[in-house]
Ligand binder design. Sequence first.
Ligand code: G1P
Length: 306
Amino acid sequence: MLKVTKAVFPVAGLGTRFLPATKASPKEMLPIVDKPLIQYAVEEAIAAGITEMIFVTGRSKRAIEDHFDKSYEIEAELEARGKEALLEVVRGIKPANVDCFYVRQPVALGLGHAVLCAEKLVGDNPFAVILADDLLHSKEPVMKQLVEVFNHYHSSVIGVERIAREESSSYGVIEGREWEEDVIKLSNIVEKPQPALAPSNLGVVGRYVLMPSIFSHLRNIKPSAGGELQLTDAVASLLSVEQVLAYRYYGTRFDCGSKLGYLKATVQLALQHPEVREGFEQYLRECMPALMPELLREATEMPETV
Ligand code: G1P
């Protein structure tokens, strides 16, 4: 049986939307409360049974490699001070059964190009693609949901959600026929269409399970939206020869590639964080009493932490 054991994390982007924070450190290392975005993404992959993490990285991204590597200094210090709980947190970042691989994307030619850079490490296997900017919060980790759909149909699966029509120029947008509840058989996919040209209100989120056959399509695509080599165009080409599915996932998405989405994620996850929840809630009550019922309702409606 085809098993998804590899995930590709394209992390070479410059993160200009978060300057000056991202001048010398990767945007994927921005924390939501106390955990960097990339760690949320890797934990989601681990929860889906994935054990090989492939990072498509670039210059000034060393901190990501260090994060998933052993830190002798910190471990020795925590051990000496008897800080067992923190030691466990640090050691747990990369479980022993998980391997990390790094490949460079020398020039930023787009998401399609980034995924193509991972071809040799992925080989002839189905694989996941996770964009760490999209923080997906769900009781059942979203990549696990996608892998389950993949295991059932053995074809590529793309995570989608309902978007407002006027937002379509920020997403890949799909067209297709409902196959079963929340599973759609794709007939078309376009990258960042103008609202009037969007084929539906279903936008692609940063979660994919792809067949290795995608690579031959990635090798043949031409620059399109934004002058970049788009993964969306390779998927459009793939679906002319084999079945591709979209899956409407369960969960809440925070677009942490934008400042607003990042702030929303911080507020909502802080309201669930065991260490700061109480104090933060109290602080919010004090400064914005009128908003509190609404905020708390959102936090309790959110699925539990992955
Ligand atoms: C990428 C994809 C796009 C997708 C989006 C989800 O775009 O190209 O199809 O909808 O991620 O976050 P980006 O946001 O990197 O421009």
